[in-house]
Ligand binder design. Structure first.
Ligand code: HEM
Ligand code: HEM
Length: 187
């Protein structure tokens, strides 16, 4: 089964596991982004702390993503709501969700690679550190860091467009798209 396919026995709503993972990541990804962006104008000491927090929360995002992909591959998904613009709208939704998954994987991996190629260890909230397995290569780290930064902004922009699409489904098309992802719903 593909990561974006629906099962023959499609449930009415997304299951509780997907909802918990979706909404926790919908909070943590923008938080990770904000931590990186605000560090730019801070004094050195504060910037170092913010970058440590950025990397730590980013690692949590990556761990949740691995659980999410495994969960998604092993649990049935509800049917997509039909819009007046099929098959184009359905294809765009599939493409957008696929791209979101791709960026959710590539962005943290890029951040990890930028850190390791800089010869730095990965911090985790000051609890422990994962040492870099490679020697420092400043130019490569700069290159990967630049791609990571661009992809991080792209992830946020796409997630914003995705959220707008979800709200439009609810407010304009008045279908069940958003309700199927509603947290704490009973079924
Ligand atoms: C959802 C996850 C993540 C997002 C959205 C994200 C986003 C970003 C963004 C937008 C920047 C550039 C900020 C700026 O300078 O304006 C950045 C920088 C950086 N991030 Fe991440 N990041 C994520 C995860 C990670 C992880 C897991 C690590 C490493 C453990 C990491 C390491 C870095 C490093 C080292 C930089 C500085 C790059 C440089 O200046 O060359 N990031 N990140
Ligand atoms: C960083 C923020 C977000 C990311 C990365 C994200 C990512 C995703 C992904 C990848 C899916 C596809 C699920 C799958 O097929 O396995 C999805 C579904 C969904 N998301 Fe988000 N999302 C974010 C924020 C939001 C927000 C803020 C809303 C609400 C306004 C929202 C509403 C939905 C809805 C309703 C679905 C189900 C779509 C359907 O059933 O076709 N998401 N999200």
């Amino acid at each position: 089964m593909s990561v974006l396919s629906t099962s023959p026995a499609a449930p009415r709503n997304w299951d509780a596991g997907v909802k918990a993972l979706h909404w926790s990541m919908a909070l943590l990804i923008p938080l990770t982004w904000v931590l990186a962006v605000v560090r730019e104008d801070q004094p050195r000491e504060t910037a170092i702390k913010l970058m440590m927090a950025h990397k730590s929360v980013g690692l949590v995002v990556f761990a949740l993503l691995l659980v999410r992909v495994a969960w998604r591959l092993t649990h049935a998904a509800p049917e997509t709501e039909k819009t007046p613009w099929e098959p184009l709208a359905g294809l765009l939704a599939k493409l957008g969700h696929g791209l979101l998954y791709l960026l959710m994987i590539a962005v943290p991996l890029g951040g990890i690679a930028a850190t390791f190629t800089n010869g730095r260890s990965l911090p985790f909230f000051g609890l422990f550190e994962i040492a870099s397995p490679m020697a420092q290569n400043h130019d490569l780290s700069e290159l990967i860091g630049g791609v990571h930064e661009f992809a991080g902004h792209a992830l946020l922009a796409l997630a914003f467009a995705h959220a707008v699409a979800g709200i439009l489904h609810h407010a304009v098309l008045k279908d069940r798209t958003l309700l199927k992802m509603k947290p704490f719903a009973r079924d």
